[in-house]
Design a protein around this ligand. Structure first.
Ligand code: CU
Length: 169
């Protein structure tokens, strides 16, 4: 048990560092202008057919980083990948995966054919930092999700109570 605890502490320190580095890298990429990629020829028939549902952001404690959750459904016969998320209302949105003791940034997330990518508490999620305006209950934040094949899908994501769970009234 002792060794477990020590590992946990080390992993946490690593996560803080990784988060700081990730944020910095994003800002640099942003300054260089990230409007390329993903475009080109539009996806053609039989490909991934994506829709986004159950999106929400639990209201973060004052001024802090927020998590974002949503489900990307794919009714198409081809898989896709979520490559990047950005927002006109926040300077940094990164893809994160929770592990047993910490969380880490990931480069991309699979959206399987005839399946779904689920970002949910305790699993993969979005980490949102650098809000232009402090979020409040009832606000909506636009998130622009960029997929390898489908291109960019913009969604308005509501800010909910900290304890909110979709499907629960
Ligand atoms: Cu995270």
């Amino acid at each position: 048990m002792k060794s477990t605890l020590r590992f946990r502490r080390t992993a946490l320190a690593g996560a803080v560092l990784a988060t700081a580095l990730g944020g910095g890298a994003f800002l640099v990429a942003c300054g260089a202008g990230g409007q390329d990629g993903a475009g080109g020829a539009p996806a053609s028939g039989g490909a991934a057919r994506l829709s986004v549902a159950d999106s929400y952001i639990p209201l973060p404690p004052a001024g802090g980083m927020a998590a974002g959750y949503l489900t990307v459904r794919n009714e198409g016969g081809e898989g896709d990948e979520l490559l990047k998320v950005s927002s006109p209302g926040a300077s940094s949105v990164t893809l994160h995966r929770s592990t047993a003791s910490t969380m880490e940034q990931v480069e991309k997330l699979d959206v399987p054919a005839h399946g779904a990518l689920q970002l949910a508490r305790g699993g993969t999620h979005l980490m949102i930092m650098g809000w232009q305006k402090a979020p409040a209950l009832g606000d909506e934040l636009e998130l622009d999700l960029t997929f390898a094949r489908t291109g960019t899908i913009a969604v308005k994501v509501p800010v909910k109570e900290l304890t909110y769970r979709p499907g629960q009234q």
